[in-house]
Design a protein around this ligand. Structure first.
Ligand code: GDP
Ligand code: MN
Length: 399
């Protein structure tokens, strides 16, 4: 789960990371009012969306007056911000954060991520701050400094000092850099984060070390033990298909293709997507309905897959190990009676009670295309969509 910049800054500040003074606003009037409360003569108005690259996309603007703040906010509120990290539609702007502007001397990149190879928290830092890490690693890979944290002892001050030294930070500021890094690391650990990114961390001309931007991502599987983090969830920033799936307890990832997938098991779901591609098609989603595919879950899955307007065929691929094919077939039949599905449906069943399952599908009289192997199912799904088969042809093919 992602949170907004202002929320991440609030968390990090509690752990000793220094951030500029700032205030949240839900309207242009509120933004100017809050800027006046903050005081000062220059402010930075920042669109709060769950995506980086806002600066280049016009979502971060330095303002010198009330009028400028008002004007900037009028342009931002209600609009969608499209950055290189969003899709073409972008993310809706419903909140802006107003910060007192600071005089920047140097910008750095500071990130904490989970490194799968070493199975440790890894610190990634660079003197090329302000730019996205992908660009830094492509354009100046040598500027990247890395360190691994040993979980038994935690992040050590000497590691932070080493990084500060390698980044060429003024030695008089080392202790501030250590405090910033330690704060990020503790915030990361204590909230089961998977990522903390400060980009840029800056040294100001009056020699302070500040987090000018902040991003935190949390492990969804650990959210149950962080109710105060769950509260920060902002559904306006999520793919509506994925929010609905999360609320139904299904793991769904929306994709750009047109063949909807309903599969039990994450591995099988991946294999199904691969096979659809091999057959020349594009999957519309990843969807794992889990082991115990009850009729109710199958119906929810159909509803979810069909809510994607791009879907032109649905492939149901079930391998029943613990589950039973007849039970799943009942679910498919029930779902197709409850949910309006006006595209070809291809069902491949394998495993326990497969014959009974096939009989149930055949007897239902529903226009279901059956397949015995995954490859056959994928080819039929791609074929069904490519030929743009009408319901009638689908019925004939099923018989
Ligand atoms: P991002 O583009 O979504 O990563 O948004 P950032 O919060 O990182 O802002 C983009 C850029 O705006 C930063 O890299 C800074 O160069 C600039 N910026 C942000 N806040 C300030 C500020 O207080 N003063 C000045 N001068 N520049 C700022
Ligand atoms: Mn940034």
């Amino acid at each position: 789960m992602d949170i907004h910049e202002y929320q991440a800054k609030e968390i990090l500040a509690k752990f000793g990371v220094e951030v500029p003074p700032g205030a949240l606003a839900y309207s242009p009037e509120q933004a100017t009012y809050r800027a006046r409360e903050l005081g000062g003569e220059r402010w930075v108005v920042k669109a709060q969306v769950h995506a980086g690259g806002r600066g280049k996309a016009g979502g971060v603007k330095v303002c010198d007056s009330d009028a400028e703040i008002q004007e900037t906010c009028e342009q931002l509120f209600g609009r969608n911000l499209v950055t290189h990290q969003t899709d073409a539609e972008g993310k809706g702007i419903y909140r802006v954060y107003v910060e007192g502007a600071v005089p920047i001397e140097r910008e750095f990149y500071l990130g904490f991520v989970l490194d799968r190879q070493t199975q440790r928290v890894m610190i990634v830092a660079s003197g090329e701050g302000g730019t996205e890490i992908e660009d830094i690693s492509a354009n100046s890979p040598d500027s990247i400094v890395r360190a691994i944290v040993e979980p038994a002892v935690g992040l050590q001050d000497f590691q932070c000092r080493q990084i500060a030294f390698k980044l060429g930070i003024d030695p008089s500021l080392t202790q501030h850099v250590v405090r910033t890094m330690q704060g990020c690391y503790r915030a990361f650990r204590e909230h089961d984060a998977t990522m903390v990114e400060i980009n840029p961390m800056v040294v100001t001309s009056d020699k302070r070390v500040l987090a000018l931007d902040a991003k935190m991502t949390f492990d969804d599987n650990a959210l149950f033990r962080h109710p105060q983090i769950s509260e920060l969830r902002d559904k306006s920033q999520e793919d509506p298909r994925e929010s609905r799936a999360a609320d139904s307890g299904l793991s769904y990832v929306g994709l750009d293709g047109n063949i909807g997938c309903i599969v039990n098991g994450a591995g099988l779901a991946m294999a199904t997507m691969d096979t659809i591609k091999l057959a020349g098609g594009e999957p519309a989603n990843f969807l794992d309905i889990g082991g115990g595919a009850t009729p109710d879950r199958v119906a929810k899955a159909f509803r979810l897959v069909m809510s994607d307007k791009n879907v032109q065929a649905v492939l149901v691929n079930i391998f029943a190990g613990i589950n039973r094919c007849d039970w799943v077939a009942e679910g498919v039949v029930q779902a197709l009676k409850e949910v309006r599905v006006d595209v070809p449906v291809i069902v491949r069943l394998a495993g326990t009670n497969v014959e009974e399952g096939q009989k149930i599908l055949a007897k239902s009289g529903l226009p279901i295309i059956r397949a015995n192997t995954l490859m056959e199912a994928a080819e039929r799904a791609v074929g069904a969509w490519q030929n743009d088969l009408s319901q009638n042809t689908v019925v004939r093919a099923a018989q």
